[in-house]
Ligand binder design. Structure first.
Ligand code: NDP
Length: 338
């Protein structure tokens, strides 16, 4: 019998074990337009925190006392959807569970066989070849329209999105300044090619960003890829060159209810003609999917983009893995392996 995590109460502040319960799913016969799957990999992502609040974020709120959903890689056991057969590996939104029935609402998609055959691992479609890599690619190259020669600043740079931004920017001959929490993360981001890395926990962001620009001999930044908000966004405003572009991807510093920090340098948005644009992956992915797969797949195959994962084992670990995102416990993509 399959099991799933249910949200039983809405978190106040950081999510805790009390907000979740692991329950059996009913063992039902397979209906039309349904698949029975066994999941191998589950994704936990910061956006899920917004869906745990009352009221819609950019995605609808998770209802209480129903199975949670999220990205997953599963294997088809039984199919009543044309085009899917037992043994197929699929990407779908029926995560937070070890298997069971997947409907069309879970948006099942076959993993592209040509990329699996080229050696890309299935779970990579939950990160560099999926949500987080796609978010990095769309935000950096389409939203911020970053070009060779640009100075790019990226926050949460050792995370799933941030590490993809660093590598995509270096593959296109940009200068990268990266912020990440802690020495181990900093070392990895430097290994990925970032030109300057600082630890935002060891001093003010603005002072450290200015120091990095001075060391690199650059007057300011052309692009800011924001994963964090607050002090990082303010420092980016303070150091932006004329006509800088900001891709507003995430503001994890306020996801657990902290009051937003004031932006002391917001006035520079006008003086420096800064273009700031928020974007959501799901609005844009289908438009760029083929171009993204070809580019990112090629970069992974050539070794220009590496993948790193922080893996928790077993369905029981899903809430712990999820909570770890907000304590910086991941390097690369946070995943649950079943
Ligand atoms: P990450 O893998 O980057 O994990 C989150 C990281 O954020 C942590 O490891 C931690 O790194 C950092 N962090 C956590 N809390 C704070 C805080 N209070 N202040 C500063 N840093 C913090 O997650 P993702 O790569 O999946 O997501 C990165 C961002 O992108 C998130 O904001 C997410 O919401 C956003 N996103 C947006 C999408 C869109 O469509 N717009 C799609 C996907 C993601 P550290 O140790 O360095 O602090």
């Amino acid at each position: 019998m399959a099991k799933a995590w249910f949200l039983t109460s809405r978190p106040t502040g950081l999510p805790s074990a009390d907000n979740f319960a692991l329950r059996d799913l009913p063992d039902l016969p397979l209906g039309e337009d349904q698949l029975r799957v066994r999941n191998h990999w589950l994704s936990v992502d910061p956006y899920m925190r917004g869906r745990m609040n009352e009221g819609a974020s950019y995605a609808p709120a998770y209802p209480l006392d129903t199975p949670l959903t999220g990205g997953a890689i599963g294997e088809v056991l039984e199919s009543r959807i044309e085009g899917f057969a037992p043994g197929d590996l699929i990407l779908h939104l029926g995560g937070w569970r070890d298997g069971g029935i997947i409907t069309l609402d879970h948006m099942p998609r076959l993993l592209p066989v040509q990329w699996l055959d080229s050696g890309i691992k299935p779970q990579c479609f939950l990160h560099n070849m999926g949500l987080t890599g796609g978010t990095a690619w769309i935000g950096l190259l389409q939203v911020a329209a970053a070009r060779p020669g640009d100075v790019v600043f990226v926050s949460a740079a050792a995370g799933a999105v941030g590490s993809a931004v660093v590598q995509l920017a270096k593959a296109r001959e940009m200068t990268v300044i990266a912020s990440a929490g802690g020495p181990e993360k900093g070392e990895w981001v430097r290994d990925l090619g970032a030109d300057a890395v600082f630890d935002y926990k060891q001093g003010g962001v603005l002072d450290q960003l200015r120091g990095a620009l001075t060391r690199l001999g650059k007057p300011g930044i052309d692009v800011y890829f924001d994963n964090v908000g607050g002090e990082h966004l303010d420092a980016a405003l303070a150091t932006a060159n004329g006509f800088a572009r900001f891709a507003l991807c995430g503001m994890i510093d306020i996801y657990n209810g902290a009051a937003p920090q004031p932006l002391r340098y917001i006035g520079r948005a006008i003086a420096a003609r800064i273009r700031m644009e928020g974007f959501i992956y799901s609005d844009l992915f289908s438009r760029y999917m083929e171009e993204f797969y070809a580019d990112m797949g090629g970069l992974i195959a050539s070794g220009a983009v590496q993948m790193r994962e922080t893996v928790h084992d077993g369905l029981e670990s899903a809430p712990t893995a999820f909570g770890g995102l907000f304590a910086g416990q991941n390097i690369g993509k946070m995943l649950v392996r079943l």
